[in-house]
Design a protein around this ligand. Structure first.
Ligand code: FMN
Length: 200
């Protein structure tokens, strides 16, 4: 196990497929496992099980919203996992981002997508939304193809995907820790012309 900081980085994996046997959720779980091996503490938020209402600015009282709020505030970093729906993220994922955008500042995001293409537009659209919420995005993600990357039992057969899972499970802990630590230092410092100064 590699320790990069005194406290473990807290990573929240967000699954947004409504399918019980979901490829994106499966990969997300493996990334969380690798992140734990690199010293992170992880939680899985599966939006298929903990279903949020559709975002409404005046109707925001529910036990589901409270539970997800607690998870989001707990996290230092996120991995967002989604199926490719028309070249974009699932509506469930977009709804999650609409609810919790104000808690993403100073946090790092990694991405997983299940697509029959390469999932690039999907991950870019999640990056765009996260940028608008002042989150920091990993420059690469993992895109899996259900027809090409798995055997009939659902095991990953593509060695490149296995290597990517290892890589992002390591990199998110390293870069997520650097950004989280610097953001906390900047919040506490008196320096005025920093990104974090706006959030004191
Ligand atoms: C509404 C809808 C739209 C979809 N649009 C696309 C698409 O534009 N491109 C694509 O490659 N796959 C598309 N798909 C297929 C899913 O992305 C694919 O089945 C994926 O593996 C599902 O991920 P999951 O197993 O995590 O649910 C679509 C599926 C649905 C239900």
């Amino acid at each position: 196990m590699i320790f990069y900081r005194e406290m473990s980085l807290k990573i929240l994996g967000v699954a947004s497929s409504m399918r019980e046997i979901s490829y994106s959720t499966r990969i997300l779980k493996q990334v969380l496992e690798k992140s734990e091996k690199n010293g992170a503490e992880t939680r899985l938020l599966n939006l298929r099980k903990l279903q949020l209402p559709i975002y409404h600015p005046e109707k925001n009282n529910s036990s589901e919203i409270d539970k997800v709020t607690e998870y989001v505030k707990w996290a230092d970093a996120f991995i967002l996992a989604t199926p490719d729906y028309h070249g974009s993220m699932s509506g469930v994922m977009k709804n999650f981002l609409d609810f919790f955008w104000s808690d993403f500042t100073g946090k790092t995001f990694g991405y997983v997508c299940a697509s029959h293409e390469k999932g690039l537009t999907v991950m870019d659209q999640m990056r765009t939304a996260v940028r608008q919420c002042y989150g920091w995005s990993m420059p690469y993600g993992i895109s899996v193809n259900s027809d090409q990357d798995f055997d009939k039992q659902g095991n990953i057969t593509n060695k490149n995907i296995i290597a990517r899972i290892e890589m992002i499970g390591r990199d998110l802990v390293v870069y997520g820790s650097l950004i989280a630590d610097q953001y906390k230092k900047d919040l506490q410092s008196k320096e005025s012309n920093t990104f974090a100064a706006r959030y004191r």
